[in-house]
Design a protein around this ligand. Sequence first.
Ligand code: CP
Ligand code: NVA
Length: 304
Amino acid sequence: MKRDFLRVFDLTQNEVSGILIRASELKSGVDKMKCPLIGKSIGLLFEKPSTRTRVSFDTGIYQMGGHPVYMTPQELQLGRGETIEDTARTLSRYLDAIVIRTSSHEKLIRFSEASTIPVINGLSDLHHPCQALADLLTIMEKKGKLKGLKIAYIGDGNNVANSLIEAAALTEMNITIACPEGYEPDGEVLERAREISSSEIVIVRDPKEAAGMAHVIYTDVWVSMGQEKQAEEKKRHFKGYQINSSLLQCARPDAIVMHCLPAHRGEEITDEVIDGTQSVVFDQAENRLHVQKALLEFLLQKKD
Ligand code: CP
Ligand code: NVA
């Protein structure tokens, strides 16, 4: 049976631990000469722009001996009306796995149901699970553990927040989300996360309350890709939700600052904070490469 990775909850707690351990091993350089993807082609179907996801998958696949095939819908018959299902059935005959970045999680599910190869979510409107795996590895590296830590996520209850909640739930971290009314994370994600874990998952309005005693302060853009029309309205609503020095002072003195990037400097985070000593954003970005290599190894070994 093929395994997909459309959301963090597609993996068990043990599988997440295994992927993090393997990612650290790969990062350390052991198995550098092993090429588990020799002879395999991995599709990268991107409906939206990307720097980190695209380049880290492309490079990681190359490092593992595989062949990355980058595609956009405009360059495929998909852009001329071929159905998602027919595209999925066809690409399954050529590729060994596919990474998809799309505006609609529904489309990802349709693709996955019609395909016979593992489908990896490279960001949808609802989830960004590869980002969350990299976030876990980064927190583990910086704090030496995950269980019992407190994450304060300040900002929009978006795809990144949803995946972070699922990641926290699976690793027994507590997470407090500070967001304006109407911008809460997805209801089904919250419900399932609370059902399966003993982590504290709390929504508050006051960023300072969220930041209090936090080990990790995390944010993402206020205006996600595809939300450009709502930009002015969202910026108004999120005005008090910036991570700046004064907010950072509410967290633990050794708190780390995280951002999935790209950042809109001066909006959700100040230059001073993102460039400051507590910021780990580029380690976080690097870790996309290592966790995704471990993920590919895991998903493809399952298929064989
Ligand atoms: N964090 C992240 O997914 O970045 P990109 O949009 O550059 O891929
Ligand atoms: N929430 C952002 C994340 C980008 C990596 C977006 O969807 O645009």
